[in-house]
Design a protein around this ligand. Structure first.
Ligand code: ASP
Ligand code: MG
Length: 413
């Protein structure tokens, strides 16, 4: 007997038939004696359409009202899920973000969860009721609805699992786990049975998009085991067929490289001839931070003449125009040349085993060199090496690295 949070993503609740299919999985867990909290996304495509409606009124729409609009998709699914569960013969009730409440910061459009009230939910679960919660939404201190950023239903699910001290958080999606590479690019990609939180954070930030990164951060901090599995297979979460995201200590076989990820969401910006003196980097990056623009990779060369240097960095493609505007407004850089490129891809290899194994970087660079792929920017962390390359080499690079690190053999080993 356990308390399980089960979250169903947009494709898993895309129509009534699929909602009933998802409900049947919940019923199976209930029949095994588990208490279940169900978190649902909006039916697939709905959030995008709601976002479009907002933009059609004005590009500069009020974010408080944006949240009122876009949170409605999940609200509809929650009611439908509760009905489907009732039809299947289990007690079920929906609870909207403000009713629980799930408290959030007031950053409308990308709010953070700051607290979850659990008393009433526990009471309901104890009485045998399935609790259905719309993902993606909470309530601010001012009492307004706020949403958690795109993909935020994952975060709702993990935050609830943490607050309720659930045994596990199952994330049902349209893939049956986390793979060594995107299976659409690499045919031989393998499902990874277990992956550490640290690796998953890197993979999530690198374009695998299986989980919202905030959800993995919360899972890591609160040590919530998260399982990624497909809602299209017959098994349910308790049969553990997916990928388990868990503590590093729970993983016996640590792979040097667990996966190869890519993302085409970045843009490269280079500020030329920046005076080589203290404080200049801060002058560029502080205003960008104040504009809430995320910077990813950064390189600054040592200047050869000790007078000027170039600073290159990457931002999200959809924020590059704003980043350019911010830099354009800086007094110090009125004279500086600024170059931008959108046709770049970030390719990364990730693995917890890298911490204690050398030679991953050289193998990566050699492999790319053999394919004639030029590396524009490099960045590393303890468990990740990323390179920026010309976008047209994305697939070639991913396939070559997947093979070079022997990832297609992983399962057999
Ligand atoms: N429906 C929201 C989105 O599409 C949240 C989610 O599904 O996780 O971003
Ligand atoms: Mg999602």
């Amino acid at each position: 007997m356990a308390l399980i949070v089960a979250k169903f993503g947009g494709t898993s609740v895309a129509d009534i038939e699929r909602i009933e299919r998802a409900a049947a999985k919940v019923v199976q867990e209930v029949e095994r004696g588990h208490k279940v909290v169900v978190v649902v996304s909006a039916m697939s495509g709905v959030t995008n359409q709601l976002v479009e409606h907002c933009s059609a009124i004005s590009k500069m729409h009020d974010l408080r009202e944006y949240d009122v609009v876009v949170s409605s998709g999940e609200q509809a699914t929650a009611g439908l899920m509760a009905m489907a569960l009732q039809k299947a013969g289990v007690q079920a009730r929906s609870w909207l973000g403000w009713q629980i409440p799930i408290r959030t910061s007031d950053m409308h459009g990308k709010a953070r969860v700051t607290g979850v009230e659990t008393e009433e939910l526990h009471k309901r679960l104890d009485s045998g009721e399935v609790v259905v919660v719309p993902g993606f939404q909470g309530v601010t201190e001012a009492g307004r609805i706020a949403t958690l950023g795109r993909g935020g239903s994952d975060t709702t699910a993990v935050a609830l699992a943490a607050a309720l001290e659930a045994e596990r958080c199952d994330i049902y999606t349209d893939v049956d786990g986390v793979y060594t590479a995107d299976p659409r690019v690499v045919e031989q990609a393998q499902k990874i049975p277990k992956v550490s939180y640290e690796e998953m954070i890197e993979l999530a930030s690198l374009g695998t998009k299986v989980l919202q990164i905030r959800s993995v951060e919360i899972a890591m901090n609160k040590e919530v085991p998260v399982q990624v599995l497909s809602s299209f297979e017959d098994e349910i979460g308790s049969d553990l067929p997916g990928t388990l995201v868990t503590r590093e200590d729970d993983i016996m076989e640590k792979q040097t490289v667990s996966g190869v990820a890519y993302s085409r969401d970045d843009a490269k910006i280079t500020v030329l001839d920046v005076p080589d003196k203290p404080g200049l980097a801060a002058k560029i990056f502080k205003p960008l931070a104040e504009a809430a623009i995320n910077i990813d990779m950064i390189v600054q060369n040592v200047s050869s003449d000790t007078k000027t240097t170039d600073v290159t960095f990457t931002v999200s493609r959809n924020e590059s125009a704003r980043a350019l505007e911010v830099i354009g407004n800086l007094e110090e850089f009125q004279e500086a040349g600024v170059l931008t490129a959108d046709n770049v891809a970030k390719i990364s290899v990730v693995g917890i085993g890298m911490v204690s194994y050398h030679g991953v970087a050289s193998k990566m660079f050699e492999t790319l060199a053999e394919k004639g792929i030029n590396i524009q920017v490099i960045s590393t962390s303890e468990i990740k090496i990323s390179v920026l390359v010309d976008e047209e080499y994305t697939e070639l690079a991913v396939r070559a690295l997947h093979e070079a690190f022997g990832l297609e053999e992983q399962e057999a080993a």
